[in-house]
Design a protein around this ligand. Structure first.
Ligand SMILES: Nc1ncnc2c1ncn2[C@@H]1O[C@H](COP(=O)(O)OP(=O)(O)OP(=O)(O)O)[C@@H](O)[C@H]1O
Ligand SMILES: [Mg+2]
Length: 384
């Protein structure tokens, strides 16, 4: 909108955050192919920017066939939402290092895979996000494996209720730390942003900071090589379909205790850990996504950090409970040095929900992270 585009925001509920800042808002279930087709026919968009994974991908492929630009590309969306297609592309076609893995379609196959991969190992349904449906298997015990199979089936995302989900069984990686490399594909080629450090809990992001401290240049160059190869691979595939494949990708990497780097997965859109770029970069991951999609060339200069010798941090504001909520203590929160805050304005909570994000900077990551913790601790949730 800042660059003059007309924007229609679509979400599954009324008064979603983006709806309050768009020209027009629509409410629909985006996994419903008919509803999504009707929306596209009514709105006639030039560009479709999917922000969630649970979307009727066949409708997006159809839109791309009709010449609508789909971010990043209709194929990239299909591949990245499916761990099996993504892992096969990464490890078997692009030759990227990953944890050893097997894909299984039954509890019996899972038992065999756990024995082959060894313990500890991690199981995840092929379609899920934010840690849903994941288990860590520490002992190859039949009951433990049966449990992991159940959890994967119950918490998976699937088109139909009765569908059996395939599951990835992968070795538990000896992770030293995790990184996200936001990688931008634009008309100027592929470029990586400064590395983002992060802390995950139960498969969910709890804080991130940029730039991550990486004194060993070899680790950064391995990470950038993996991110580039992955995004360039997706661009190549899109070109075969006659699409461009533009936008921001969040490439998730594991840095192991021995200094090697593994590819984990990639989001074909801005990444939650990348919210730190709202403060750290001249152009946030969202601004970069929009620019890339509008055909603006994105270079190393465009993705530069605002300042040298500064580290920025972000920490989500997570609320538990049910119903409408509001927050007090904003004046205290914003008195923390360098503090900034975005309250998303989601109309209600159901269970555990990210309701905003705290941002701050410091001379080093520890200082910036302490500040975001102070911001979050200054806020009080009122259940209305
Ligand atoms: N093989 C593994 N070894 C060790 N830790 C792992 C492994 N796989 C996943 N994890 C941990 O769980 C987190 C979430 O895993 P992953 O990114 O594969 O799942 P996800 O459900 O797609 O999560 P999200 O949507 O939040 O990115 C990782 O960031 C990491 O902390
Ligand atoms: Mg992940």
């Amino acid at each position: 909108m800042r660059l003059g585009a007309w924007v229609c925001a679509a979400d599954s509920y009324l008064h979603a955050p983006a709806a309050s800042v768009a020209d027009e808002a629509r409410v629909l279930d985006m996994s419903d192919a008919t509803a999504l087709t009707q929306l596209i026919e009514k709105v006639h968009p030039t560009i479709i920017v999917p922000e969630i994974e649970a979307i009727a991908t066949e409708v997006l492929a159809d839109a791309a066939n009709k010449g609508i630009i789909v971010a990043a590309s209709s194929r990239a969306i299909e591949i990245c939402m499916d761990r099996e297609r993504l892992r096969t592309l990464a490890a078997e076609q692009l030759g990227l290092p990953t944890t050893p893995y097997r894909f299984v379609g039954s509890e019996e196959e899972m038992r065999r895979a756990v024995h082959e991969i060894g313990t500890p190992c991690v199981t995840k349904p092929v379609m899920s996000s934010s840690g849903h449906g994941q288990s860590i298997i520490k002992f190859a015990d039949d009951y433990v494996i049966a449990d992991a199979w159940e959890i994967a089936q119950n918490e998976r995302r699937a088109a139909r209720e009765d569908e059996v989900s395939r599951v990835i069984v992968e070795a538990f990686a000896p992770i030293d730390y995790e990184l996200t490399l936001l990688t931008v594909s634009s008309t100027a080629g592929v470029v990586c942003c400064a590395p983002i450090g992060q802390r995950q809990e139960k498969g969910d992001y709890r804080e991130s900071w940029q730039p991550a401290y990486m004194p060993n240049p070899d680790i950064l160059s391995q990470a950038e090589h993996i991110a580039r190869t992955m995004v360039e691979g997706l661009v190549e595939l899109a070109k075969k379909d006659g699409e461009q494949c533009l936008g921001v990708f969040g490439v998730e990497l594991f840095v192991l205790t021995d200094g090697s780097v593994l590819f984990n997965e990639v989001s074909p859109r801005p990444h939650d850990t990348g919210m730190v770029t709202l403060a750290s970069q001249n152009f946030s991951e969202f601004a970069l996504h929009a620019r890339a999609l509008l055909g603006v060339p994105i270079t190393a200069d465009t993705v530069a950090l605002r300042r040298p010798d500064t580290v920025w941090a972000s920490r989500p504001l997570i609320t538990e409970g049910y119903g409408r909520v509001a927050f007090t203590g904003i004046e205290k929160a914003l008195s923390v040095p360098t503090a900034d805050l975005r309250i998303f304005g989601k109309p209600y909570v159901h269970g555990h929900r990210r309701m905003g994000v705290a941002l701050a900077s410091g001379d080093h990551a520890f200082e910036a992270r302490q500040r975001t913790a102070k911001i979050i601790n200054s806020l009080e949730t009122i259940h209305l």
